[in-house]
Design a protein around this ligand. Structure first.
Ligand code: ZN
Length: 307
């Protein structure tokens, strides 16, 4: 019934842009991966992709975009839709929203990459059936998407819970932290970049009995404790390259300890269910962006996409 609806999605990451066009039933018609180099080069390739799909399939009904940030997301801000102070060279000030709106010449909705993935997980993965949950990625950086009452949360701008302050893990006193803005904020202590600097090797190459993992569990659990106290979500979904399969149970155990049995936070908490891995697959971000486009075009979330 909605097959004739044509939707565009862009998952804009610091390493690559994944662009796709789907019909209204969520079937991907075309998809491309483009390296994130300079804004001019990358966005020219994005433009070329959508010019090609427009020639082949016709105009888009809407375009959804989930992007790395920070982003300016308040509609009345003069730089609305721009990437703001990113350490990614050349991208600070690049206005993705106005560029892509011109490219696709269609209603375009922009949110953070983690919110895009949270939408994907809500519709197709570990957030199914949940109205309030957090989607955390612990990779090159640490990002947190917050869904409240079924909508990505934002106020004056989007939250940046990856940059909270957190107590240091026992014995972790010498490492100055890797965040270019705050030094030893959570991202500065726990991201994949921080682990690489601290241990001299990528996280995924460290053996399971390496002391890095107890420390990583302390920091990820500390983020989860803060999210629990502030939001008490129904679930915290954690993905990203640092989240090796053996780390989940270490995070659960550290979180139980950090919450200290405080009743309001632990009431009804089933830790195995509460801390979960993503399950919508590697395309959660692209499908999240396509679902945002669907909602922009129809007013509803898709209910019967099979991905
Ligand atoms: Zn920071």
């Amino acid at each position: 019934m909605t097959q004739t609806l044509l939707l565009g999605g862009v998952e804009a990451g610091g390493t690559k842009f994944v662009c796709g066009v789907a019909d209204g039933d969520g079937r991907i018609l075309e998809q491309v991966r483009i390296a994130t180099t300079t804004p001019d080069e990358t966005l020219a390739a994005v433009d070329a992709f959508f010019a090609g799909t427009a020639a082949a399939h016709g105009p888009l009904a809407a375009l959804g975009v989930g992007s790395f940030g920070p982003l300016s997301l308040r509609p009345d801000a003069p730089d609305y839709g721009a990437i703001t102070t990113t350490p990614k060279p050349g991208w600070s000030g690049a206005n993705l929203l106005s560029h892509l709106r011109r490219t696709a010449d269609t209603p375009t909705v922009l949110t953070t990459d983690v919110n895009g993935s949270a939408v994907g997980e809500r519709l197709f993965g570990s957030g199914r059936g949940l109205d309030s949950f957090c989607y955390v990625t612990v990779g090159t950086g640490v990002g947190v998407g917050v869904m409240i009452d079924g909508r990505p949360h934002g106020g004056a701008n989007h939250p940046e819970a990856g940059h909270i302050r957190t107590p240091r893990a026992e014995g972790d006193t010498a490492f100055p932290g890797a965040c270019p803005f705050h030094g030893d904020c959570l991202e500065g202590l726990a991201s994949g970049s921080a682990m690489q600097m601290r241990w001299g090797a990528p996280a995924e190459t460290l053996p399971q009995d390496h002391p890095a993992w107890a420390m990583a569990a302390h920091y990820v659990a500390s983020l989860c404790a803060n999210l629990t106290y502030v939001l008490r979500p129904q679930r915290i979904i954690i993905g990203g390259g640092v989240m090796q399969p053996h780390l989940y149970d270490k995070v659960r155990r550290a979180l139980i300890q950090q919450l200290g049995g405080y009743d309001a936070s632990v009431r009804g908490l089933d830790m195995d269910d509460y801390i979960a891995a993503p399950s919508a697959g590697a395309s959660a971000g692209l499908y999240g962006a396509l679902a945002l486009a669907y909602r922009e075009a129809t007013g509803d979330w898709p209910t019967d996409w099979m991905i």
